[in-house]
Design a binder for this molecule. Structure first.
Ligand SMILES: [Zn+2]
Ligand SMILES: [Zn+2]
Length: 438
């Protein structure tokens, strides 16, 4: 297997870099991945995968954090100007930027699914001489959108894997599904794909990430410290009045939000494990001499378990409501995203550990499970669904040298990690008949 596979990986290595840099340059944030999705769909179609697109893989009313219709329309126009492939665009129009590509080998065997994500962050990319993407001319051309989490690399890895698996099709068994997910940042895109039944037939599931504090050349076969998280916006609505003439008739939304923000940070710790709270945005008021009638807060809670996150969230609701009552204002809470905690399946982790150690010498270290930086990823929705149906799931992290941490405006990674990732995932697919469960 190894010589042939190495040849395929070598053939694809330059192309991986080309895709990655193209997606990086035309970075598209959550639900705006129009250009990216059309290119992915076109490539997979030409390779001969059967495709399910847009509404077939994303349940409309399970989407969270969806931008306004106007913003979606504007971004679609932007994508067209930047080379989105028009023939595919209608499938993704309106914020349905998900793709599932299936390879039926015609031989009996389990269904194996890989998930990669495609979205950028709402961040302006560094334009400085130390930042390689800027120096080499592939930094983001879209304001306030930047691939600062490596999802450009994930998308390239997904396409590279599609190529390599197709080349080795006759050695594969069962069914292979490649899931290209939108809107992972903010934990919005996985839940509607799960709701559409995308992994209902999946026996073995793998989601991937690069970086996340894992050392260069390292592979963690089962990240096991995902934080459950709930993301939401709070809008306070009060009454604007003249701050000098009639302050007593005003209802102060700014004060409600400020009091809520302070109260949120005073939520007790939990003896069962770690928790987080963050108010990332607080915007309020309209002018100096007006009692502020409007305030917006963007909040997230996190917990080491679903229960701890639920505890923090419930406390947060009480505080938000209490702050509204204190000022006599109305409030509205809008869910924006969520992810669960999930543990990888031990036997599946063992299998991947064994195969990667044996067949991928490029990996400098392979560990089974490891507590990497405390992040959330909504891939856990896929994992939990697969496990609930009796399947096996895990989340792999490929280490890479990083120029700055994930979510920093100077983030960049060592592009060699992509070839290593494609090879590792291909090895797992090719060796799958050896995965025996008692
Ligand atoms: Zn991220
Ligand atoms: Zn990420």
């Amino acid at each position: 297997m190894n010589n042939l596979l190495n040849e395929s990986i070598q053939q694809i290595t330059e192309q991986l870099k080309h895709w990655r840099r193209d997606f990086h340059h035309f970075a598209e944030s959550s639900w705006f991945e129009f250009r990216t999705a059309t290119i992915v769909a076109d490539e997979l179609h030409r390779l001969g995968y059967s495709l399910q697109l847009g509404k077939d893989v994303i349940k409309a009313d399970a989407r969270m954090g969806l931008p306004s219709e106007q913003a979606l329309h504007e971004q679609e126009q932007r994508a067209i100007q930047q080379g989105a492939l028009k023939a595919w665009l209608p499938h993704f129009s309106g914020g349905f930027t998900g793709i599932v590509a299936t390879l039926e080998t015609g031989k009996p065997g389990p269904t194996l699914a890989f998930r990669v994500d495609m979205d950028a962050l709402a961040l302006n990319e560094a334009q400085t001489p130390e930042h390689r993407p800027y120096v080499e001319g592939f930094s983001s051309c879209n304001a306030h959108m930047m691939h600062a989490c490596g999802h450009d690399g994930h998308t390239a890895i997904g396409l590279g894997l599609a190529h390599v698996l197709k080349q080795h099709e006759c050695q594969l068994t069962g069914k292979i599904k490649l899931i290209f997910q939108p809107a992972e940042e903010g934990a919005q895109g996985a839940k509607p794909m799960v709701a559409a039944g995308v992994v209902d037939d999946v026996d073995c599931f793998i989601a991937i990430h690069i970086g996340l504090g894992n050392s260069p050349g390292g592979l963690v076969c089962g990240k096991d410290n995902f934080l459950a998280t709930t993301k939401f916006d709070v809008i306070y609505r009060g009454v604007a009045t003249h701050a000098g003439a009639k302050p007593e008739e005003g209802k102060n939304a700014l004060l409600a939000a400020a009091q809520a923000a302070l109260g949120l940070y005073a939520i007790p710790r939990h003896s069962g494990g770690s928790s987080r709270i963050n108010v990332g945005v607080l915007q309020a008021g309209s002018d100096r001499n007006v009692i502020p009638a409007h305030a917006l807060m963007k909040v997230e809670t996190r917990g080491e378990t679903n229960e701890i996150n639920a505890f923090v969230y419930q406390q947060a609701l009480n505080i938000i409501e209490g702050a509204a009552k204190m000022q006599g204002v109305e409030y509205e809470l809008i869910p924006m995203g969520s992810a669960q905690n999930s543990q990888p399946s031990p036997v599946w982790v063992d299998f991947i550990y064994q195969q990667a150690g044996q067949h991928v010498p490029e990996l400098l270290s392979v560990v089974k499970r490891h507590k990497l930086s405390s992040v959330s990823d909504d891939a856990t929705y896929f994992m939990e669904r697969v496990k609930a149906n009796g399947g096996y799931a895990t989340f792999l992290v490929f280490g890479s040298e990083l120029s700055a941490g994930n979510h920093n405006e100077r983030f960049d990674f060592d592009e060699n990690v992509m070839a290593t990732a494609v090879k590792t995932l291909a090895v797992i697919a090719l060796q799958l008949p050896d995965f025996k469960v008692d």
